[in-house]
Design a protein around this ligand. Structure first.
Ligand SMILES: *[C@@H]1O[C@H](CO)[C@@H](O)[C@H](O)[C@H]1NC(C)=O
Ligand SMILES: *[C@@H]1O[C@H](CO)[C@@H](O)[C@H](O)[C@H]1NC(C)=O
Ligand SMILES: *[C@@H]1O[C@H](CO)[C@@H](O)[C@H](O)[C@H]1NC(C)=O
Length: 386
């Protein structure tokens, strides 16, 4: 009896200790766990069970003009920043524009812009080789450091004299002003290029496989209410203060964002661009994560994004000859822009997709590249099998 009691005692002590240990580990790692697991579970539950973002429409709608005026606020919509550099004639008189493409750049990224102009964004080349009218403009604010601003600005004016493809508004070009840059793109599109069939927004480290893009857009040319990219569904707001993407619960109190596409590169049809511009005039634009704000605007006009497996997400996308035949955008290219353009448009790539042996070889390569769990936010695994 005595022995037995002691054994039970021991077992209980062991259990108690284990429980204590597990609890303290959980407590120590709680923030991590909360961030990586719990917040996502909460968010997915919200997205897939509640699935009702109606609140976005009412909570973020600005007060009607009259009411705001009496509250001493004379603005209608987000503050308008004057254009410092503009291309008002870029689209003028042209009815056949397939794609208006905004590249979100920063004043100091001249090298990136040069590489893009010389590769996938060469408008004359696109017209002759791909038989499509594509307009590319680089979207900028002003240099955030006051001391450097005037010399950088002179450089931009020279650059623009040669290339005539910069548009710039008077706001500091910073991460937290990206929504201002987004509003600027839709203002520009509906003011200076309202007839473009499609409007795209991309980062300046994104590679666009223009031949594939043009082929794809021509295949969906009649689409309306169209928004395509790398879709995030049920993404939770990040509440860790040290994160770049931190959003306070005052700014966004709900556990889940509306669906949105990765801002690295997405496309909307012209009708959506015009409606988004209208929505931006009546929605509170204090959400500084531009991709999410885009999701909120689209939600308010009842447009939901569709996924395309060859639009890249936030992470650096994988590159391989087997992928070039289908890729639309690829993220994270700066030094390798020119080599990637040469490789991805090499006529030999076409051959790789022909023949039964190379077909299966490519399927295997893609499965290995895309379906192993180490990759995040690059092309989805299903891209290997379509
Ligand atoms: C955004 O730009 C405006 C206008 O230049 C500036 O006053 C503001 O400080 C900027 N905001 C951030 C977060 O950089
Ligand atoms: C927009 O929302 C923010 C945060 O919720 C709030 O502080 C701000 O007053 C709102 N702006 C307008 C113009 O309603
Ligand atoms: C959002 O609100 C606007 C005006 O308040 C309305 O016209 C629109 O239909 C609403 N959208 C949705 C999806 O409920």
């Amino acid at each position: 009896m005595y022995v037995n009691l002691r054994r039970i005692h021991k077992v209980q002590v062991a259990r108690l200790l284990t429980t204590g240990l597990v609890l303290s580990v959980v407590m120590l790692c709680w923030e991590d766990l909360d961030h990586h697991v719990v917040s996502h579970m909460r968010s997915y539950t919200y997205r897939y069970l509640v699935n009702n973002y109606n609140f976005l429409n009412s909570s973020f709608t600005l007060k009607p003009d009259g009411q705001r005026r009496s509250m001493g606020d004379f603005r209608a919509g987000p503050p308008f920043r004057p254009y410092l550099i503009n291309q008002p004639a870029k689209c003028a008189g042209k009815d056949d524009i397939l794609l208006l493409l905004f590249v979100k750049s920063s004043p100091e990224n001249g090298d990136r812009r040069r590489a893009i102009r010389e590769t996938w964004a060469d408008e004359a080349h696109i017209r002759t080789e791909l038989d499509a009218n594509v307009k590319v403009v680089f979207v900028l604010g002003v240099h955030p450091v006051k001391e450097e601003r005037s010399s950088v600005q002179k450089g931009l004016e020279v650059e623009n004299m040669l290339s005539e493809d910069l548009i710039q508004q008077d706001f500091k070009d910073t991460f937290h002003n990206l929504t201002t840059k987004l509003v600027m793109q839709y203002h520009w599109a509906s003011t200076y290029c309202p007839k473009a069939k499609f409007v795209m927004s991309a980062d300046d480290d994104v590679f666009v496989h223009m031949p594939n893009m043009v082929r794809y857009l021509k295949s969906v040319e009649q689409a309306r209410s169209f928004w395509v990219g790398h879709v995030h569904r049920g993404a939770p707001p990040i509440r860790r203060k040290e994160s770049k993407y931190y959003v306070s619960s005052e700014l966004y109190p709900w556990p889940s964002y509306p669906d949105y596409t990765s801002g690295s590169g997405y496309v909307v049809s012209g009708d959506v661009a015009v409606q988004i511009h209208h929505a931006m005039q009546v929605l509170n634009s204090s959400m500084y994560i531009d991709d999410v704000f885009m999701g909120m605007c689209a939600g308010a006009i009842g447009v939901s994004p569709q996924d395309h497996e060859y639009f890249a997400g936030e992470a650096k996308a994988v590159t391989h000859p087997c992928i070039y035949a289908r890729m639309i955008t690829s993220h994270g290219h700066v030094e390798d822009m020119r080599t990637l353009w040469a490789e991805a448009t090499d006529p030999n790539v076409e051959k790789l997709s022909k023949g039964i042996l190379s077909h299966w070889y490519c399927k295997a390569v893609k499965a290995a590249l895309l379906c192993l769990p180490r990759r995040q936010e690059t092309y989805q695994c299903k891209a290997a099998f379509t």
